[in-house]
Design a protein around this ligand. Structure first.
Ligand SMILES: Nc1nc2c(ncn2[C@@H]2O[C@H](COP(=O)(O)OP(=O)(O)OP(=O)(O)O)[C@@H](O)[C@H]2O)c(=O)[nH]1
Ligand SMILES: [Mg+2]
Length: 198
């Protein structure tokens, strides 16, 4: 299959429950990460469409699974952000259940893009996600986003630390630095996605 044209991305729908998802076929790649890590910004940069995924300054606004189609067989999913303290417990539990159910049951899910703030990598939720993916043999590509917030040497150091920590995972687990603000790392991300979508 040819490489997807990310600029063709179209918003499909937002779902609050699995039963609302489109048929489980073709290839889906999901973007996950703690609230405010920059998931929606990554999606906007990838598709060169600033308004596509809502970039919210209020953390936790992405409360549903937002689906975007690249073509009739390939989709991107922007998953609910997790870990935002100010959201009521009940709402948090609801998101967690939706996220878990999606990850467990979605057959067409080919890989996860796990977005972290490079200043706070591998928080508890990130580590849980990596463990879960490793047990489910689901490939993960980590974006250490907001690299513009650190010096070049600090970026390199964090990249080395994370690389070392993920080396023991048996599933395909890769990492790169990224910045939606400075537009750093897009080529590497597209290369990884190209593998998954091919
Ligand atoms: N400095 C810097 N800020 C960024 C970068 N990427 C995103 N941000 C900012 O981080 C904040 C959160 O970005 P979002 O893309 O909304 O994050 P999200 O992960 O989708 O958040 P939720 O939908 O709430 O889970 C926004 O204020 C962005 O402008 C980056 O590369 N560098
Ligand atoms: Mg978002």
């Amino acid at each position: 299959m040819t490489k997807p044209n990310y600029q063709n991305a179209q918003f499909m729908l937002s779902v609050a429950g699995l039963e609302q998802l489109p048929p489980d076929e073709g290839v889906e790649v999901a973007i996950v990460g703690r609230s405010n890590a920059g998931k929606s910004s990554v999606l906007n940069m990838l598709t060169q469409n600033k308004g596509l995924a809502r970039v919210s300054k209020t953390p936790g606004r992405t409360q549903l699974i937002n689906l975007f189609s690249l073509d009739d067989q390939r989709r991107l999913a922007d998953l609910p952000g997790y870990g935002y303290a100010k959201v009521p417990e009940e709402v948090k539990r609801k998101w967690q259940r939706l996220l878990d159910a999606y990850l467990r049951s979605r057959e067409c899910l080919r890989g996860l893009v796990l977005v972290m703030d490079i200043r706070h990598p591998l928080k508890e939720f990130d580590v849980n996600m990596l463990h879960w993916c490793s047990e489910s043999a689901l490939p993960v590509h980590i974006l250490l986003n907001k690299a513009d917030k650190l010096s070049h040497s600090a970026v390199t150091k964090t990249l080395q630390e994370v690389t070392k920590k993920i080396a023991s995972y048996p599933n395909e687990t890769t990492v790169q630095s990224f910045s939606t603000l400075k537009k750093i790392g897009l080529d590497a991300l597209q290369t990884k996605l190209g593998e998954w979508y091919s």
